[in-house]
Design a protein around this ligand. Structure first.
Ligand code: ADP
Ligand code: ADP
Ligand code: ADP
Length: 214
């Protein structure tokens, strides 16, 4: 299956993507995680992306689209993938369509996670992620690790993302409404959008998502 996950920052995309990717046996591709891996490894791409991320802006398309396409071209993504955080504007969605068409494949669904803004703010304020792998996600009250400050998956140190500060979150929400939400209409015209509520326990949301993807 080829799936795109959309939803505001803090909706639970990364959290759900981990379970869905496992259930569906497809790789979880998160452009945010790819950027953070590049930043922690000090690559040129990471250096280019960092200032945009810290300000809560989108990283320019010419950096992002190439990175996403390279990742999708890897062998594990040949028969499907779950995209998390890409596309994030209409021109990225168009670039994705062109790339898929060239491979003669199509998206199966765009899963839209709906969460009220006050809940999103609470989720982001308590989010802690792993230094070794930013796809390992916790929350200070909703999803505590066994040992405070330590990743259950790999033992890495947990920290708060720099861009999860209150000011930057406000900016990211604005960017979401102005630049990312329009892709939902774009995909609606292709009949691909399924919207679910992302409220409730993590496993309840996963179940809802699996039902919606049937
Ligand atoms: P969240 O899931 O909390 O919204 P992400 O980890 O997806 O955050 O993204 C963090 C930051 O990485 C974004 O604010 C943006 O700067 C950058 N980023 C991630 N994906 C993209 C993308 N597809 N296009 C442009 N910038 C992106
Ligand atoms: P390395 O050669 O040490 O893997 P890279 O600069 O190639 O360093 O990649 C940095 C990180 O970004 C890797 O951990 C990799 O998982 C991730 N990554 C995967 N695909 C891409 C891509 N197309 N462009 C940039 N980074 C990617
Ligand atoms: P996104 O990738 O959309 O930005 P995350 O998956 O990183 O969102 O989740 C944001 C925060 O909310 C994390 O701290 C995560 O542990 C927490 N979270 C995710 N799903 C739920 C849920 N169903 N209920 C409560 N908290 C959740």
């Amino acid at each position: 299956m080829r799936i795109v996950l959309v939803g505001p920052p803090g909706a639970g995309k990364g959290t759900q993507a981990a379970f869905l990717a496992k259930n569906l046996s497809i790789p979880h591709i998160s452009t945010g995680d790819l950027f953070r891996a590049n930043i922690s490894q000090g690559t040129e791409l990471g250096k280019r992306a960092k200032a945009f991320m810290d300000a809560g802006n989108l990283v320019p398309d010419e950096v992002t689209i190439g990175m996403a396409k390279d990742r999708m071209a890897q062998p594990d993504a040949e028969h499907g993938f779950l995209l998390d955080g890409f596309p994030r504007n209409v021109s990225q969605a168009e670039a994705l369509d062109v790339a898929l068409k060239a491979d003669d494949v199509k998206l199966d669904a765009v899963l839209d996670l709906e969460v009220p803004e006050d809940e999103v703010v609470k989720r982001i304020a308590g989010r802690r992620i792993c230094r070794k792998d930013s796809s390992h996600v916790f929350h200070v009250t909703y999803s505590q690790p066994e040992q405070e400050g330590v990743c259950d998956v790999c033992g890495g140190e947990l920290y708060q993302r720099e861009d999860d500060s209150e000011d930057t979150v406000r900016k990211r929400l604005e960017v979401y409404h102005t630049q990312t939400e329009p892709i939902i209409d774009y995909y609606r015209t292709q009949g691909l959008v399924v919207t679910i509520s992302a409220l409730g326990k993590v496993d309840e949301v996963t179940e809802r998502a699996m039902d919606a993807l049937k």
